[in-house]
Design a protein around this ligand. Sequence first.
Ligand code: GYE
Length: 322
Amino acid sequence: MKKLWSILTALILLAVLSGCEKKQPAAEPSLLLGFSQLGSESSFRIGNTKDIEEKAKEYGISLMMENANQKQENQIDAIRRFIAYRVDVIAFSPIVEEGWDNVLTEAKNAGIPVVLVDRTVKTDKEDLYVSLIGADFYREGVMAAEYLLKKADDLGKDILNIVEITGTEDSTPMRQRQQGFADTIRKDPRMNLLESVNGDFLRSRGAECMSYLLEKYGDRIDVIFSHNDEMTMGALPEIEKAGYAPGKDMILISIDGGQEAIDILKEGKINCIVECTPMLGSILMETALALKAGKTVEKVTHPVERAFTDYDDLSDLKPRGY
Ligand code: GYE
């Protein structure tokens, strides 16, 4: 009798378990995306990498992310690996604008679409990439200069001596921010650019550049235009060490808009930060999925960006997330 009960119990248990929801196999990823990130040089870049990784997970996309550590040859090698791996879409943020035609032709011949993220390439073969998702850097330069023209009216000075700390030589943001700024200040006779020096978007180099400029020009400097927050953060201690009050004795204009720099702007040590959002992951994933589905995509997508200045009330500004 006892034996019968134990068989019965086993049978009932088996029936219950087999009726349970069978663990569904993980859904197949919708596509395989190869992404070559240029480095980890700034909070913008780190925020961009994090956003792309998070959005790939959210969209169910399998991501092969490779970090090139600021070297173009590493990005070219990564793109070749993505081609060999037969990914569905290749995306990358080109560290500089020139030198991509060969490897992008290899991707085209392999039938793999390429999406540019953040920065662009210089090529006369427009079909080597299908889409550019990134900021209008020329406009960012214009916005920085427009702030300065307005500030100049309030300062009431006849001449404003400007020094510029530029980003990575031959990169899209460096070239276009510099051009947008120069084209805008050129219209105003009060604006006098003393010198541009290259800080490569790095905090350490921003400090070196500022130390050199202070040594050379000292209190002649009225305005510092820095192409990104990292270099601005490097420059700040040098300004204070030299005995000047940043944001007061010298006007500081920066670009990116990460939390650290926004907090310093709220303290009054930076006067203007033009936003350059790294949150490009969603647009990238939607573009990749559209390409996989054989749909056409926008050739250029610029995120909407604003400037944060010492004229604004930023007390209820949401956390920046980078
Ligand atoms: O401004 C800087 C990063 O390409 C827009 O690169 C990006 C720039 C950004 O190193 O912080």
